[in-house]
Design a binder for this molecule. Sequence first.
Ligand code: BES
Ligand code: ZN
Ligand code: ZN
Length: 487
Amino acid sequence: MQIIFADTAPDAVSVSLHASIVNQGDDLSDYGAALIGGAKAARFKGSAGQVFETYMVEGEAVKRVAVAGAGEKDADKRRLNVERAGAALAGKYLRSGETEMVLDLGQADLTAEEAAAALLGVRLRSWSHDKYRTKLAADKKVTLKKVHVVGAPEGTNANWESEAAIARGVEFTKRLITEPGNVLYPESFVTLCREAFEGTGAEITVLDEAEMEELGMGALLGVGQGSARASRLLAIRWNGGEEGAKPTVFVGKGVTFDTGGISIKPGPGMEDMKWDMGGAGAVAGGMLALVGRRAKANVVGVVGLVENMPDGNAIRPGDVLTSMSGQTIEVLNTDAEGRLVLCDALHWAQEQYDPAAIVDFATLTGAMIIALGNEHAGIFANDDTLADNLLEASRVSGDKLWRLPIGPAYDKLIDSPIADMKNIGGRGAGSITAAQFLHRFIKKGTPWAHCDVAGVVWSDKPGHAHDKGATGYGVRLIDRYVANSVE
Ligand code: BES
Ligand code: ZN
Ligand code: ZN
């Protein structure tokens, strides 16, 4: 999607679609009686994301006029509401046959920041991934390619530059999550990241299996050992902050496909497990956004990349693995593999970077979806300030989080009779016992939060910032958190 700032709107002959954003309760008299009457008949109120369109004759041409609602002007979610208005327009016209749109941002009394948010909405909602659809009917193809922005408040352009970096991050995450397991596996994940970060100034470190073996990462390597694909650990480092300041480290679960291993999953729905690298995808896209907008912060993204497959070399239920931390793990279920990958990635990240804070993202448990559905991701933390800052970033960014408890009584549930811990708890509190497992790998005094994103990285229906499929969850949360609490 090309977004161009223009001084005057192209006429109806060159661009037939003319849209603007309006507030709830706005007087629409500038648009003429036809639109006012039509909007009233269609019960258009201007609520966030509502769109009304009509046709008007302009000289020889027929002009398609659309108004998108941004809700009430003083709503506390104003920025997100304006973004929704932009997104609703993109959603409506993306495959409509219209190739260009004039977007008037001068009608709703927007600040420059809000106007840029409208553009972010347009851009995010118009991302699609049709590359494997060679027989897509002409009327299903994406047609809208260009937006002429007019009437934008002073400064929108500059704000859009950093929003565009965020859009590139979200798009990268969506791409990683959407690619199927035969295309996206540990090594190709690394390759895509190398390409995306090329020339940005970010520093990339990759550990192969021999190097991880050397470091004693028996848990992460254990998960990968049933796969023909080699495992990798990838770190992306950005030093945009003060020299020597401890970095904030984000860690992601990157299981590029999760069959469950020997504790194999049932067939129906198993294809969903191509997005079991959603945490790693969020971390990679979050880093791309931060690097793209040259964030003034020291940050590192670390992702553990493995494929969980069953074969003659795979780990068995009952096997005991030794993690890099030296702690041993009795594997009672090979499908509880995410925590095995993360425990070595978390330990390595702490040894390597001595983080100011560490935040992990993982599609860790199905139980998270039972608890919170597809609205909120769960957050678990050993530090209230870190949790509060992430919750605040979640409210502003729209990537919703809800805090759940951890504590010693839950921790006991993963004690093992043969090793230091087992990799599953009992029937209850599955997401919490998973968090307790990770907690055992966090050094005393290091603020840590774990975000279980199992329910939010993929959606069966379109949302305001995505089509059905990958949501891009986490990128804006990471960006906001760093902007508010680290920079
Ligand atoms: N990747 C899954 C969790 C998951 C399930 C994410 C559904 C998204 C949708 C994870 O590796 C897993 O299989 N967890 C098990 C843990 C259990 C064996 C303790 C689960 O949730 O069933
Ligand atoms: Zn699993
Ligand atoms: Zn998994």
